[in-house]
Design a protein around this ligand. Structure first.
Ligand code: ZN
Length: 313
């Protein structure tokens, strides 16, 4: 299987940092919890597909591109998985939803009890249409593009509100093998007007990653977040005691528990920190201890002694 390695989504890292930094009583907290659950489930669903991709018998010339996000006019479109072959392209929209899912294509929706989601088939068909235009613009023409919505959750029950042709575009992961066999058979005489690798490099260069900012999205600011170093083994806060973090609650000791706290800072607040802000944020007893701790981390920094900023990421 030729593909670029997946990178753990920055969105989930930010939401997880918020999950620990936002007080449980904060009005936004429940929204963060449900969003992080949704995002983690989505990520698990996409990763679970790798097993099925590895089982496929694909010709040498193929490539999987994940999470590709392209600009079209002033908008963007993103594809969970794009498989490029020398005959056709295939887009997969991966959904890891649990429960009884009723596809109501006639009304362009997916229902789960009282919840309403967009029809994933229409979503992936829109992506295919956008990609086609994009390829025509960059390569003069577009290979045939096929699109399917893949329901990865084994605990989900799929139902069809009324018989509808779009329902054929909703599949379970094991169906992918037969679908690909049929497509290779159908498109065997189709030739791309460039090498698969050329498409891959052009597409990857054009990738515009989403700049997700959880704080902005939820209207949060610095003051909403808890300061301090969390104990890795209990819900307590650690205290700095002569060069070591100590948890007064469970007596756990750590020399580098501040790293996680500073990671949270970089994810949510700023990629730079001053010594004074570091003292305040980590709850250090003095500016000197903050200075020693930051120096010891060997972080790149800028500015003179007074206005020095340390770069956290
Ligand atoms: Zn503890």
């Amino acid at each position: 299987m030729n593909s670029t390695p997946r990178t753990f989504p920055a969105k989930i890292r930010q939401l997880e940092a918020l999950e620990s930094r936002l007080p449980v009583a904060h009005e936004i907290y429940p929204a963060i919890i449900s969003e992080v659950k949704r995002a983690r489930a989505g990520w698990r669903g996409e990763v679970s597909m790798d097993y099925y991709y590895r089982q496929l018998d694909l010709p040498r010339q193929h490539y999987f591109v994940h999470q590709l996000r392209l600009a079209r006019n002033r908008d963007f479109f993103q594809m969970d998985t794009l498989l490029l072959t020398a005959y056709f392209f295939l887009i997969l929209e991966i959904k890891n939803l649990t429960g009884t899912l009723t596809f109501d294509h006639e009304h362009q929706q997916l229902l789960r009890e009282q919840e309403v989601f967009a029809d994933p088939v229409l979503q992936v068909q829109q992506q295919a249409a956008s990609l086609k235009v994009w390829l025509q613009r960059h390569f003069g023409s577009s290979p045939p593009i096929y699109a399917y919505a893949v329901m990865t959750n084994e605990n989900s029950i799929l139902k069809n509100a009324t018989p509808h042709p779009l329902h054929r575009q909703i599949i379970r992961p094991p169906a992918l093998r037969q679908i690909l066999q049929d497509l290779f058979e159908k498109e065997r005489y189709h030739a791309l007007n460039a090498e698969v690798n050329t498409y891959v490099s052009t597409l990857r260069t054009a990738h515009r990653p989403l700049k997700y900012r959880a704080m902005e999205k939820y209207g949060l600011d610095r003051a909403d977040l808890k300061n301090g170093v969390f104990c890795p083994s209990c819900p307590g806060m650690m205290k700095w005691w002569y060069g070591t973090w100590v948890c007064p609650r469970c007596e756990n000791k750590s020399r580098d528990a501040h790293r996680k706290a500073l990671d949270d800072y970089a994810l949510l607040i700023s990629p730079h920190i001053s010594t004074g802000e570091c003292q305040n944020y980590l709850g250090l007893p003095s500016i000197n201890s903050a200075q020693r701790l930051l120096k010891k981390m060997n972080l790149p920094h800028s500015g003179g002694t007074k206005s020095r900023k340390y770069h956290l990421s």
